[in-house]
Design a binder for this molecule. Structure first.
Ligand SMILES: [Zn+2]
Ligand SMILES: [Zn+2]
Ligand SMILES: [Zn+2]
Length: 257
């Protein structure tokens, strides 16, 4: 069986032959910023993995030990390549069709955001109510502040969010005019529905989504702790990937709320 995947815009495509490694969740700061919430990855040896279209492919070296691959056109975060390793890790959320995969390990809980439980339980009680939130991309080309606390956070499992985040997304509502940018180097991708998603073209950090109707949300993963936020609901679970379960007891909506 050949698994095929792509970024949201289709400028990067790849394929890998089964069997793939069980999915690992990673809550490290780098994965949180690039995915917008936390990342998930499966992997395959290079002998069975192939990038079939690389028109939009860009790499960002976030640490000396690994390169992170993404689409410069739509910002989808797709690949993680450890230096010298004969395997490619890639996002199961980018795969088309059923994956048949299961989630196994979960890493870097100590770096997880404070608005959810990385172990999959109910989100912790709010302890902080910061009056100012600090957002930044991984490379520092984008930095902003906005009034806090983060408040209610919504996880979205729609196909678009799965492709761009590599897993699923989490965001909170904000007023765009209240974002105070200290550094700004943005790319915006116009989604099929007419919304625009803002991301860093250098490091692929997922920053915000401006819907076609003007409503605006900020990706929870780009905010540095503490947030004063709390995950409250899952939306578009009808489009959810088959390789993970939602165990936090929160409200689930098949489509939007
Ligand atoms: Zn793309
Ligand atoms: Zn950046
Ligand atoms: Zn979505």
């Amino acid at each position: 069986m050949i698994h095929r995947g792509s970024c949201l815009c289709g400028a990067v495509t790849f394929e890998a032959a089964a069997p793939l490694r069980p999915v690992v969740d990673c809550h490290c700061t780098q994965c949180r910023k690039q995915s917008g919430h936390f990342w998930a990855a499966t992997s395959a040896p290079h002998s069975t993995f192939r990038i079939t279209k690389d028109e939009g492919l860009e790499w960002f070296r976030a640490s000396p030990t690994a390169n992170r691959g993404f689409c410069r056109d739509c910002g989808s975060f797709l690949f993680w390549q450890a230096e010298g390793e004969d395997r490619m890790s890639f996002a199961p959320g980018a795969l088309d069709g059923p994956t048949g995969l299961e989630t196994g390990e979960s890493w870097f809980h100590e770096d997880a955001g404070d608005y959810y439980d990385p172990a999959g339980g109910p989100p912790p009680r709010l302890t902080d109510t910061p009056s100012l939130l600090h957002g930044a991309c991984l490379c520092g080309a984008n930095r902003f502040t906005l009034p806090g606390p983060m408040g209610r956070v919504t996880a979205c499992h729609c196909t678009q969010c799965r492709k761009t985040s590599g897993h699923y997304a989490a965001s909170f509502d904000a007023h765009e005019s209240q974002l105070d940018w200290q550094a700004r180097h943005l790319a915006e991708y116009v989604t099929p529905g007419g919304g625009r998603r803002g991301f860093c073209p250098v490091c692929a950090t997922s920053l915000f989504f401006r819907a076609a109707d003007g409503s605006f949300s900020v990706e929870a993963g780009c905010i540095d702790n503490p947030t004063g936020g709390r995950l409250a609901a899952h939306i578009f679970v009808e489009d959810k990937g088959d390789y993970y379960a939602l165990t936090d007891g929160l409200l689930q909506f098949p489509h939007g709320e």
